[in-house]
Design a protein around this ligand. Structure first.
Ligand SMILES: Nc1ncnc2c1ncn2[C@@H]1O[C@H](COP(=O)(O)OP(=O)(O)OP(=O)(O)O)[C@@H](O)[C@H]1O
Length: 252
């Protein structure tokens, strides 16, 4: 068995939502009138409930579940961007969250963003120069003209997502977290990014992929975790888990 890269133990993540929401039930309104209490102004959303699993070197793990099931929250907590109420997350190295670590600046050109993105990921200026052309080619941004020298605000959302993925994928990560990025490009870009995910895994990294496109998950990941209402429903080989999830979503 290869080495663990991420260990999640009994994780609970709870959001505090401030402000009143909705009228509430007539019974609770009556109870408040009798007890002379104000409507509670703080609510809690229990987004991740008692989640435990271990990820290993070289695995690509898909994360699926219906809207609001806690996928993004779980990955943000693994990346250290969201505190946990209970439990813990151990990771080898600092996980990279695609789309946050590579936050791009709209008023700068694609070219400047590539350079800044590489430096922000900890690459040296020499490594950045060496990788520059590969990143631009991978992104396909220049396929239809010299777009890389234009400000990012002139890019379509698909182009921006492709550049983000190309920058993030230029580095070898211990743990790379990808939220939907693979599903934004056209078919050719999707194929390239799937190949790159496979390569990252060969270099002993672990890749997490959140997607609503079950095909992307099937094509890229050999293991899948299905979250529902913040809890793990199933964790196992992708085909088994995605088949069960598809049967569940068909019935709903
Ligand atoms: N910043 C926040 N403040 C309060 N509640 C939040 C916040 N972010 C998410 N939630 C709630 O936490 C729960 C899980 O949300 P999350 O975004 O993790 O789900 P998801 O599975 O990634 O959803 P989707 O597939 O729609 O992207 C939902 O009930 C959502 O409303």
């Amino acid at each position: 068995m290869s080495e663990p890269t991420v260990i999640v133990e009994n994780l609970d993540v709870v959001y505090q939502v401030r402000g009143r929401s909705g009228p509430g039930s007539p019974i609770s309104a009556l109870r408040r009138m009798v007890l002379r209490r104000a409507r509670p102004s703080k609510r809690e959303v229990h987004a991740v409930k008692n989640v435990s699993f271990t990820a290993y070197q070289g695995q690509a793990i898909g994360l699926i579940g219906t809207n609001g099931s806690g996928k993004s929250t779980l990955l943000r907590t693994i990346a250290g961007l969201q505190p946990a109420r209970r439990g813990r997350v151990l990771t080898r190295g600092q996980p990279s969250f695609l789309g946050v670590n590579a936050a791009l600046m709209r008023d700068l050109t694609g070219e400047r963003n590539v350079v800044l993105g590489c430096l922000a990921m900890g690459m040296t200026p020499a490594e950045t120069r060496a990788k520059y052309q590969e990143i631009v080619d991978f992104s396909g941004i220049n396929d239809k003209g010299d777009f890389i020298s234009l400000p990012m605000r002139t890019y379509s959302s698909g182009m921006a997502a492709r550049l983000r993925f190309a920058i993030a994928a230029a580095k070898t990560h211990d743990v790379l977290i990808i939220d939907e990025a693979l599903t934004t490009g056209d078919a050719r870009f999707q194929k390239r990014s799937e190949d790159r995910v496979r390569e990252l895994r060969r270099q002993a990294g672990t890749v997490f992929l959140v997607s609503h496109a079950n095909k992307s998950i099937r094509d890229t990941c050999e293991r899948t975790i299905w979250l529902e209402s913040g809890e793990i429903r199933l964790d196992g080989p992708t085909d088994e888990v995605v088949d069960a999830y598809e049967a569940y979503t068909r019935k709903r």
